[in-house]
Design a protein around this ligand. Structure first.
Ligand SMILES: [Zn+2]
Length: 235
């Protein structure tokens, strides 16, 4: 007795003997599922799915930030960006660390760097973690902090700037929370914004050119859509 074949076997699984060919000893039988039909759940679906439980977990834990990051976070609460210096390779490291990974030795001391810098690299995010669309895109960026060594930077967000106006090398400055709201967190800096008022206002030549290009493309799409509609009505 051969096992019953499922209704939707793949078109060719290599197990069916060709006419005239010697039959294989043990034909393989595909088992369901034949295709992956899964998709991601949205945040709302995840929270309301059958079997979902909405409960707070009373898990208490302590996490020690360590000497370097602890000092860094206290500095942020005080409105300062602190770094560590390695006097052998003469680098200023931010975020600070107690050990120089290039010299294999402890770093030598604390120093304060400025709260300005330049965009090293950035990304424009149009979706949240659960793939829901963002009305206002977020712009995470690596900022090379002024006073720190070249290529040394921190990850943060950009604000007060249109995505099309952001460029590599753009000079930016920290926008801090008011002192009473700071709690020793990287979010004590709300975001970094362009130092140039024209870039903040979206009045740069590059931004204007990008917007003009987008308008032209949008106009071409609309014209193409209208042409299709006219053809559709003519039929
Ligand atoms: Zn070093």
């Amino acid at each position: 007795m051969s096992p019953k074949r499922p209704a939707r076997a793949p078109a060719s699984n290599g197990s069916r003997p060709r006419a005239g060919a010697a039959p294989r000893r043990r034909p393989s039988v595909p088992t369901p599922p034949f295709t992956a039909r899964g998709r991601s759940l949205s945040d709302a679906e995840f929270r309301t799915a059958v079997g979902a439980v909405d409960a707070g977990v009373d898990a208490r834990y302590a996490w020690d930030t360590g000497i370097a990051v602890g000092g860094y976070l206290r500095g942020l609460r005080d409105g300062k960006i602190l770094a560590r210096e390695c006097r052998r390779c003469r680098r200023i490291l931010v975020p600070p660390r107690m050990f120089c990974e290039q010299c294999f030795r402890p770093t030598d001391g604390w120093t304060e760097v400025r709260d300005t810098g330049r965009v090293n690299t950035f990304s424009i995010c149009y979706v949240r973690w659960d793939m829901e669309r963002l009305e206002v895109p977020e712009i995470p960026a690596v900022i090379e902090i002024d006073g720190a060594s070249a290529g040394v930077g921190i990850m943060h967000k950009l604000g007060e700037v249109r995505p099309e106006d952001v460029r590599i090398g753009m000079a930016v400055e920290a926008v801090w929370k008011p002192p009473a709201e700071r709690e020793g967190s990287i979010l004590d800096i709300r975001y970094f914004r362009p130092r140039d008022a024209a870039e903040r206002a979206g009045r740069t030549a590059a931004g204007r050119a990008a917007r003009a290009g987008a308008r032209k493309a949008s106009g071409a799409r609309k014209a193409s859509g209208a042409a299709k509609t006219r053809r559709g009505k003519a039929r």
